[in-house]
Design a binder for this molecule. Sequence first.
Ligand code: ADP
Length: 423
Amino acid sequence: MSEPLQHTAIELLRARLDVLKRAVEDTEAILDQYLLTQAALKESEERFRLLVAGVKDYAIFMLDIDGTILSWNLGAQRIKGYRPDEIIGKNFAIFYLPEEQHSQKPANELVVAARDGQYQEEGWRVRKDGSLFWANVLITAVFDEAGDLRGFAKVTRDMTERKRADDERERLHQSELELERSREAQRQRDLMLQLREHFLTTAAHELRTPITSLVGYAELLERRLQHSELGDNERIQRPVHAIIEQANRLNRMTTTFLDHARLGTGSLVLQRVPTDLVRFVVEIVEQFRTLAEWHNVQLVLPAEPVLIEGDDLRLEQVLYNLLQNAMKYSPPQSIIRIEVWRDECANIRIADQGIGIPEQELPLLFDQFYRATNASGGSGTGWGIGLHIVKELVTAHGGTVDVTSVVGAGTTFTLRFPLLPSS
Ligand code: ADP
């Protein structure tokens, strides 16, 4: 090769060598850049991993496509109670209630997350120790670059405190509503009771006027008969006396209705004065002379007075109701025994030999409008308010009523009142 030609070839080679050198330098630079990027990426991944691992308020973990747990952070351990070695490799269904596991709820949530990209809900979840917590749950589907599902990221927050506060607020709200409803019902009841009291009071007053004049005229007639103005005629005297007793009975019934209405509205006021129960019993039994002639009324009374502070009209109501019941619910000629005695209290006992009251019904006996199941057969009618009033009036006197009874053998009512302090 000639010298100039040789020179040209060398120049060409050198130029190519330069190109090659530059290419190598470029490649080295790119490689350096790549290594740097890789290191930065690794560092960032590590930082992210550490960040996730260190988060305490959120349970953050990965699931494979079947729901098997692949990772576990500090928050997950704190909220759910499992250490990573206890839970990684298990299915996330373990956090759900048994009935939800049974109905495939966990698997269905993954299906929805895979379809929509995400699934979010709030609900009860189970901790390792079996206790429940209210969880806010977000499941996010993770896809690779080819668009294939690789698994799921799950973020869970413990919202129990907020849920408790919400529930408490709701409970308070409901109880306020309930209170308002019962206040309204009470207002309605009070209104009805007032109307009833008004009606019964008016009706009772209207009834009282004719009854009083009926009694007045009948008593006048009785007195004239006794003074022989119309001759000593037993055939006339007896029916006249019966008219007086029945009219008095009507009077007591109107008082019963009035008291019933007043007890309902709390407007009954007792007029209490020192009262001797012994004298009282004698007087009431005397008034019952005609009514009681079909029964054998026996009195067992102490020689000394037994004093209490009583409202005469109301005590009369009480004794009258009990005596009337004793007569109504026991056969003619049977014994009705009335005892009065004094111990640390003033006591009255009224015992009959009547139909009795079934034991299981005794606790209901003083409820208003209650009539025992054996009351209707042949024993006459009734309202079922007499004993209710007896109980209320005795209680208003600071006393008690007890009843014992044997079906077919008889019933005993015992009243106990506080003695008059000075007696
Ligand atoms: P009533 O008007 O029905 O007699 P009460 O309130 O006076 O109402 O009595 C309630 C119920 O108690 C009666 O219906 C009756 O079943 C029962 N009862 C009350 N006293 C007696 C008694 N001495 N013997 C049997 N049952 C009685």
